[in-house]
Design a protein around this ligand. Structure first.
Ligand SMILES: Nc1ncnc2c1ncn2[C@@H]1O[C@H](COP(=O)(O)OP(=O)(O)O)[C@@H](O)[C@H]1O
Ligand SMILES: [Mg+2]
Length: 287
């Protein structure tokens, strides 16, 4: 199946809710379609269903306004049974079948995941060619990547999520698949707290070298990233849709942020792990 799969699978993941996964998924999907790519979207968080509702809203808005909006081919995939962490086989099969169907005919498959460690989320992560992790710009959210000592701000050890990704990467190395290209982007960046921002940047820079992710330019804290949800529109649609033609400076900046993220998806080759991958804790412990 890998032979016939041409689609690049982009998984949006972070073990925390509210970090901007669904927002990033919507904006990436629309921005990639705007560039002429065929895009399928998969919602693995049907309980919240943000991405699914966004696409429904988009379809309804296009219908009401008789507009030809680019709309991704969307599938919501429910877990086999809520809370059953031992299952996984059914989920693996369902997602495998879906990707086998979409892979040969799509350029990109964007997979949105829930903000919790469910079997379905793990299964989703195994398919990632690219993993995009939006991270709220706060110390509270850094612990998705690593445990940070509050006194010294030193890295105290890996987080559960980073361990999970590390395991997936090992699996891919063993299966002879290309490494996951892991991209971390800061979300909801504000102009305030300039000092914290620099400390965050330092810690992230340090972590990126150790854990093996790339840092991409993030999104600012902007109303426009959420106000268009009910219409199923993104900042990428503004200007081309009737009634949504007025572009403010913040809109233009937001659009540039989305374009910069899209550009970051393909610029650098992914980090290559050695075939005898050491435990993540060992990597983080070396000075
Ligand atoms: N850059 C941003 N600026 C302003 N609001 C944002 C931004 N990113 C996300 N949000 C808002 O934050 C909330 C959580 O975002 P969401 O994409 O649903 O996160 P997740 O999917 O990780 O749970 C939503 O209300 C969303 O509109
Ligand atoms: Mg979500």
């Amino acid at each position: 199946m890998e032979d016939s799969k041409k689609a690049q699978v982009i998984v949006i993941g972070n073990a925390k809710g509210g970090s901007g996964k669904s927002t990033t998924a919507m904006h990436l999907a629309v921005a990639l379609m705007e560039l002429g790519h065929t895009v399928a979207t998969v919602d693995l968080d049907v309980r919240q269903g943000s991405l699914s509702r966004f696409i429904e809203n988009r379809r309804a808005f296009a219908h009401r306004q008789s507009l030809e909006l680019p709309i991704p081919e969307h599938t919501g995939l429910a877990p086999d049974s809520y809370g059953n962490k031992s299952a996984g086989r059914v989920e693996q099969e369902r997602l495998g079948d879906l990707i086998a169907r979409l892979g040969p005919v799509m350029d990109v498959i964007v997979i949105d995941t829930p903000g919790s460690d469910t079997m379905l989320s793990r299964v989703g992560h195994t398919w990632a060619d690219v993993l995009v992790t939006p991270l709220n710009d706060s110390f509270l959210d850094l612990d998705v990547l690593a445990r940070i000592d509050g006194e010294t701000l030193h890295i105290a050890g890996p987080s559960q999520y980073a361990e999970m990704i590390w395991d997936q990467r090992k699996k891919r190395v063993q299966l002879g698949l290309p490494a996951i290209d892991w991209i971390v982007m800061r979300n909801r960046l504000s102009n305030l707290n300039a000092r914290n921002k620099h400390v965050m940047a330092d810690i992230l820079g340090d972590l990126s070298g150790r854990i093996g992710f790339r840092l991409a330019p993030g999104f600012g804290e902007r109303v426009v990233f959420r106000e268009l949800f009910l219409k199923g529109l993104t900042v990428m649609d503004l200007g081309s849709v009737a009634g949504e033609s007025r572009l403010t400076l913040s809109h233009v900046a937001a659009r540039q942020e989305v374009r910069a993220l899209v550009a970051a998806l393909n610029v650098l080759p992914p980090v290559v792990l050695p075939s005898n991958v050491p435990p993540l804790a060992t990597v983080l412990a070396t000075e």
